[in-house]
Each structure stands twice: as structure tokens, then as C-alpha cells.
Design a protein around this ligand. Structure first.
Ligand SMILES: O=c1ccn([C@@H]2O[C@H](COP(=O)(O)OP(=O)(O)O[C@H]3OC[C@@H](O)[C@H](O)[C@H]3O)[C@@H](O)[C@H]2O)c(=O)[nH]1
Length: 415
């Protein structure tokens, strides 16, 4: 049967003209090769080397163990770009912004290819003078990013970020997010909102306005500058849950007209807006549902049930840098009753502390427990600090702030 004209016939040709078998064959010069093969080998060397580099990169991406199952094409493209194999214009990342910085190869959002230094990002943290936000600012600056804190100091304190004064990578803007603001940045962590019922009930209309208009302004900024946007939502979106523990697919049981609705429904609307920008404007977004937290810099009159030390900041950063939109529950599934908590306080802080039993405030959830399977599996995150070990750090922080104890605390709560 005649073989295809396109099949390389060099070997057969050689055999046909009595050329030596493989063992004795004399080395053939390039001139003896068929013309098409000579052209490809000679003229197309550059193409071959680029194709080879692209194939090597793809093999690297597919075989590297840390590749998540849902690595988006953008991070694969970013890796190809980082090694110069894909044009900048092909990059996704919002309004034409690049997923990597010119010349540095540093990938802004995804994992950094081997051997390339991560370029510092420009990050906005709204509510960055608050409890969770100020710890996040510490970690971002320590990582080499430039951070702009946008905060109206409704519940936040300058003292929470004062230790960064003089750092050229740190800026503080007193601004209420219900008014638009224009900043050229790469990432936006949106935490601006009073989190304690004591504070958000003080001015419920302002609370829901911050959650709705404030989030709208920050989403608009993210879309305008091509930044990745992370919303710190809350376990309150589950209301007084009828499902226990709560998984992220649970829609919740929320009172739309109660005294907590300004926060519960405000955060639910913030999540809705976030997903609408994601679906409608292809904005890179991330949603974290934070369960009650405690630790140094917590408002002394906060009043929330403490359950999860401030280690959630790691979860927020893993979520921002990862490829999964969420929402993700970030909290401590370790359950305890209020009485057990009171006993931990007596054991670790003050054995003479008196335990009082009071009625729940209106609409207070009767129980809440995060299912953090998704965060464990897709973010590789789970809480590290046990309540018994975290409480003393918070108490020492309170003591220093109330009594000005001699032993000054480090920003992260250590001595
Ligand atoms: O209108 C406002 C209200 C509040 N804020 C600021 O936002 C910050 C909120 O910090 P808080 O200490 O009150 O709250 P936390 O840091 O505990 O919770 C924060 O992160 C977790 C999210 O679930 C909460 O919704 C968010 O408030 C404060 O610095 C406050 O001044 C604004 O900038 N604008």
C-alpha cells in the first residue's frame, strides 16, 4: 500500500539506495536531508525554541503539585507571560490591567513562577484601622506590599496602625467609603463597616449605607483600575441558622426588619453586589464570611462572643491570592457554650470573675458553627490558635490599653 506522500521517507529512501543499516550507517550531512526538513531545521530555529519553552512551561504547570484543580486559565497564561511566551495584551485581570508587572515577571495575583521574585503590590485596606484590618495591614507590609488604609475612624483607632508611621510603603487616608475615592491599586480588601452589634446598632442607617454604598464605591474603583476585590462578609449572613453547622451553600434565616438587619442584610447585599460585578463586569472578586474573632486591638466594649483568634488574616490573604471566588467560611468550628467560655475566662484570666446570666439581645443567633471544609480543602486554611491560648493575649492587650502596663505589647500581641 502506497504510504502517504507526507510521511517522512528518509529511512526508507536510505534503505532503498543500499545505505548502511543503523549500526554501520555513516553520519549524514544536512545537505543529504530532504529539502523540507532542511528548511524547517535551518530557518525555523527560533520557532522551535519558543514552542519548546511553551511546552516545557505547560508541562511544569500541569505537573506542579500546588496547581489547584480549578487553576484558572488566567494564572496559566500569567505563567506563560511571566516567561515571555504570551503577549501582555492577552492577560486578563479586569480593565485591561496586566496580571504581571513589566520586566519583573512578578505575577500580581497568581502563584509566582519558580525563581521569579514577587513584586510588591499596591493594596487598599478599607477599615484598616480596625481590629481585623490593622492585623491585615501588618501582614501585607511585612510581605513587602504598599498599603493604603482608608478609614473614617468610626470604630477604628490610629493607635492600631501608628507603628507604621514613617514607613514609606504605608499611607493613611481618613475617608468614609460612602463617598467615592480614586486610587491606582492592584488589590482591595474591603473591611470598612462596624462589626460589633454595640456599634452597628448605634446608627443602623449609616451601617447599611456603608455596607451598600460603600461596597458599591469600592467595587466601582476595582472595576475602574482593574484591581482584585475581597469582601469581608460575615457569619451574620446566616442569621439565626436552621442548618447547623453552616456550609457556604446555606442561604440563611435572616430577619429583614430586625434591629440587626442593618448589618445582616447589609452584608448580604454587599455579597450580592460583589457577585453581580463578578458576573456582569468580569471583576476578580473574593468573598470571606468571617465568624466572630477576638485578639489584640479588639474594641474593649466590643461585646461579641469571642471564638476565633485574629489568625483569620492568613485566611483572607490565602483567599485573595488564590483562584477561588468563594464565599468561604473563616472561623473556628470548635464549639463551646457561653458558660464554658466564662469558665475559660475565669481559668485563664481572673478566677474571681463573676458569671452573670443575661437574656439574649433581640435577633441574636442561638447557635452558630462554621463548616470550614471548603477553606481547608481549597485554601489550605484552618484556625491555629486555641481559645485557651489566644484569650490571654487579648486580655494583656486590654490591660495595656486600660492600665498602660509597663510591659509594652508588640503589635501582634506578643510581649
Ligand atoms: O463607615 C465606616 C464604618 C467603619 N469604618 C472602619 O471600619 C473598621 C471596622 O473595624 P472593627 O474593628 O469595627 O471591625 P472588625 O475589624 O472586627 O471587623 C471587620 O472585619 C471583619 C468583617 O466581617 C467586619 O464586617 C469588619 O467590620 C474600623 O476601623 C472603622 O473605623 C469605616 O471606615 N467606615
Amino acid at each position: 500500500m502506497a504510504s502517504s506522500e507526507l510521511t517522512y521517507r528518509g529511512q526508507q529512501a536510505a534503505a532503498a539506495d543500499g545505505a548502511h543499516g543503523p549500526a554501520e550507517s555513516k553520519p549524514r550531512t544536512r545537505q543529504q536531508l530532504p529539502q523540507p526538513l532542511r528548511y524547517v531545521l535551518g530557518e525555523q530555529r527560533l520557532v522551535f525554541s519558543l514552542v519548546g519553552m511553551a511546552l516545557a512551561t505547560l508541562v511544569f504547570l500541569l505537573l506542579s503539585p500546588s496547581t489547584t484543580t480549578t487553576t484558572s486559565s488566567s494564572s496559566s497564561v500569567a505563567h506563560l507571560a511571566a516567561v515571555g511566551l504570551v503577549s501582555r495584551q492577552y492577560q486578563s485581570g479586569g480593565a485591561g490591567r496586566m496580571a504581571f508587572e513589566e520586566g519583573t515577571g512578578g505575577v500580581r495575583h497568581g502563584r509566582v513562577p519558580l525563581g521569579l521574585k514577587r513584586k510588591g503590590l499596591r493594596v487598599v485596606v478599607t477599615g484598616g484601622a480596625g481590629f481585623v484590618g490593622s492585623h491585615l495591614v501588618d501582614r501585607l507590609l511585612a510581605r513587602g506590599d504598599s498599603v493604603i488604609v482608608v478609614d473614617n475612624f468610626f470604630t477604628g483607632r490610629k493607635e492600631n496602625v501608628a507603628h507604621h508611621a514613617g514607613n514609606p510603603n504605608f499611607e493613611m487616608i481618613r475617608h468614609d467609603v460612602v463617598e467615592p475615592i480614586l486610587l491606582e491599586v492592584d488589590q482591595i480588601y474591603h473591611l470598612a463597616c462596624p462589626a460589633s452589634p454595640v456599634h452597628y446598632k448605634f446608627n443602623p442607617v449609616k451601617t447599611i449605607k456603608t455596607n451598600v454604598v460603600g461596597t458599591l464605591n469600592m467595587l466601582g474603583l476595582a472595576k475602574r483600575v482593574g484591581a482584585r476585590f475581597l469582601l469581608t462578609s460575615t457569619s451574620e449572613v446566616y442569621g439565626d441558622p436552621l442548618q447547623h453547622p453552616q456550609v457556604e451553600t446555606y442561604w440563611g434565616n435572616v430577619n429583614p426588619i430586625g434591629v440587626r438587619s442593618c448589618y445582616d442584610e447589609g452584608k448580604r447585599t454587599a455579597e450580592t453586589l460583589t457577585m453581580d460585578y463578578h458576573r456582569g463586569a468580569n471583576l476578580e472578586v473574593r468573598i470571606a464570611r468571617i465568624f466572630n474573632t477576638y485578639g489584640p486591638r479588639m474594641c474593649i466594649d466590643d461585646g461579641r462572643v469571642v471564638s476565633n483568634f485574629v489568625a483569620q488574616v492568613e485566611g483572607l490573604m490565602k483567599l485573595m491570592e488564590g483562584e477561588h471566588v468563594g464565599p468561604f467560611n473563616l472561623g473556628n468550628p470548635g464549639e463551646f457554650t457561653m458558660l464554658e467560655l466564662a469558665k475559660v475566662v475565669q481559668d485563664t484570666i481572673d478566677p474571681n470573675a463573676r458569671i452573670e446570666f443575661r437574656a439574649n439581645t433581640a435577633d441574636d443567633p442561638h447557635k452558630r458553627k462554621p463548616d470550614i471544609t471548603k477553606a481547608k480543602e481549597l485554601l489550605g486554611w484552618e484556625p491555629k490558635v486555641a481559645l485557651r491560648n489566644g484569650l490571654p493575649l487579648m486580655v494583656q492587650d486590654f490591660r495595656t490599653r486600660i492600665f498602660g502596663d509597663q510591659k509594652q505589647q508588640q503589635p501582634d500581641g506578643s510581649e
